[in-house]
Design a protein. Structure first.
Length: 120
């Protein structure tokens, strides 16, 4: 993977990361904008900014993706560090054995003994 050697965020795009955080916050406050689309929108904006600042080449594309990744990653680190949730989901309650009508019918069913009809 020699094509990834030396790929870092260009200093001309270093101010893009906080700008993307602000844009992401604005998108999050917009009621009709779905949360799943925020990282994708930030990546498109970031790639466009990288192309405009650094040229429409591999460096501009890679720096745009890196800037968007830094913005989304830093937001997630902040969000998960400030949330007081333990991160462990509670165990689901065990269902009762007699919770269905079929189970009730099975409990009430009786089996009649079979008579031996063979003669010796």
């Amino acid at each position: 993977m020699d094509f990834l050697n030396g790929v870092t965020l260009n200093s001309s795009l270093s101010t893009l990361v906080p700008c993307l955080l602000i844009v992401g916050y604005i998108f999050a406050q917009t009621p009709k904008f779905p949360d799943w689309a925020i990282p994708w929108a930030l990546m498109v904006i970031s790639i466009l900014a990288g192309g405009l600042c650094l040229g429409w080449n591999y460096e501009g594309l890679a720096n745009g993706i890196i800037a968007a990744g830094m913005a989304v990653f830093s937001h997630q680190v902040y969000k998960q560090s400030t949330t007081r949730d333990s991160g462990i989901a509670p165990a689901p309650a065990a269902p009762e054995a007699s919770s269905t009508p079929a189970m009730e019918a099975l409990k009430e069913a009786t089996v009649a003994p079979v008579e031996n009809t063979t003669s010796n």
